[in-house]
Design a protein around this ligand. Structure first.
Ligand code: UT7
Length: 333
């Protein structure tokens, strides 16, 4: 019997309508378009402004889009996993809410919290349920509403992040396509360099936690950069080497969009032609769990059956990893 792999068979994405340009941010904090562009590659980002909308509301159109593209009813989804650090509530999970809102009545669902590596963690986890033969339709969502935890007086963080997300459908494949390999890592000793200090069990919400701005993202950018630039490249090359891939045989790098300089360093180490690197950081900034599915969503029409993709990320935790997958369908048809 052929080995069953988990293949992406449909994809959806969504970014909020409101654009915030670097020029807009110049009015809020002491920054410049030139600084943001040269240090990060970002020109603008999207912000969710709809009254009362949470991360689930960004994910819902993405999940509905993939159902429509694949011609399935949401009721056919058996499991929905959502990667996010900005769930609508601390609990229940965003996945529970997304499943309810799309009408995935027969799915069970849960969240994965691995910051910017969340989508590849969730994808690798979801693939196991397909590979064992237990499930036939698993949806993986990567979504974040970063604007809900950003301090728009802090120039070191508010210029970097944006809102958005995407979703993929995983189904069994017996042609050797889909997720072939993954390498995932975490190192909690890096937690103080990128985290949200308050709102958890260490520092629950209080007057003090609000006064000290503990509910916002706190990042020591230089430290995170140092670890990201090394680890994202190392793990990508590791996955390539153990699967006999080279810069010539990799068709696409799908990198987490945190900083153009980190993406370039990873692509260089992989000896990849820059044309094979998906980059949309200039339009969407860093959407945390949303970056990788948003890239796949935007590039879908350029992907061909059998293409070798390396998905790669680094994020808070620290967490990092890479996934090797063979694209399973000709999207332009
Ligand atoms: O996605 C999850 C993982 N996150 C990442 O991978 C992010 C990794 N880190 C980075 O991408 C970069 O470190 C940043 C883009 C966050 C910052 O770039 P940097 O080149 O590392 O700058 P820096 O933090 O070393 O700051 C350099 C200077 C500082 O001023 P002084 O101390 O040299 O006077 C900052 O205060 O730039 C200043 N600065 C800014 N200036 C204008 C920091 N933010 C800004 C800003 N506009 N927005």
């Amino acid at each position: 019997m052929a080995k069953v792999t988990a293949a992406i068979t449909a994809i959806g994405g969504y970014v909020p309508e409101t654009k915030v340009t670097n020029k807009d941010l110049e009015k809020l904090v002491d920054t410049s378009d030139e600084w943001i562009t040269t240090r990060t590659g970002i020109k603008e980002r999207r912000i969710e402004k709809r009254e009362g909308a949470g991360a689930s509301d960004i994910a819902v159109p993405a999940v509905l889009e993939l159902c429509e593209k694949r011609g399935i009813s949401p009721e056919e989804i058996e499991l929905l996993i959502c990667a996010t650090v900005t769930a609508d509530y601390n609990f229940p999970s965003a996945a529970n809410i997304i499943a309810d809102k799309v009408g995935a009545k027969n799915a069970w669902s849960y969240d994965v919290n691995a910051a910017c590596s969340g989508f590849i963690y969730a994808l690798s986890t979801g693939a196991q349920f397909i590979e064992t033969g237990r499930y036939k339709k698993v949806v993986i969502v990567g979504v974040d509403k970063m604007s809900s935890i950003l301090n728009y007086n802090d120039r070191t963080t508010c210029v970097i992040f944006g809102d958005g997300g995407g979703a993929v459908l995983l189904e069994p494949n017996e042609e050797g396509l889909g997720i072939i390999d993954f390498a995932l890592h975490s190192d909690g000793s890096g937690r103080e360099f990128l985290y949200q200090p308050a709102g958890g069990s260490v520092q629950p919400a209080s007057h003090e936690s609000v006064d000290s701005q503990g509910h916002f993202v706190h990042q020591v950018g230089k430290q995170v950069f140092k670890f990201a630039v090394t680890n994202m490249a190392d793990v990508s090359v590791d996955v390539m080497e153990r699967n006999g891939l080279t810069g010539d045989t990799v068709d696409w790098l799908v990198p987490h969009q945190a900083n153009l300089r980190i993406i370039d360093a990873t692509a260089n180490r992989m000896e990849l032609d820059p044309k094979k690197v998906m980059i949309n950081i200039e339009k969407f900034g860093n959407t945390t769990s949303g970056t990788i599915p948003l890239c796949l969503w935007e590039w879908e029409k350029q992907l061909n059956k059998g293409d070798n993709l390396i998905l790669s990320a680094f994020g808070g935790g620290f967490t990092w990893g890479a996934v090797y997958l063979k694209w399973a369908y000709d999207s332009k048809k």
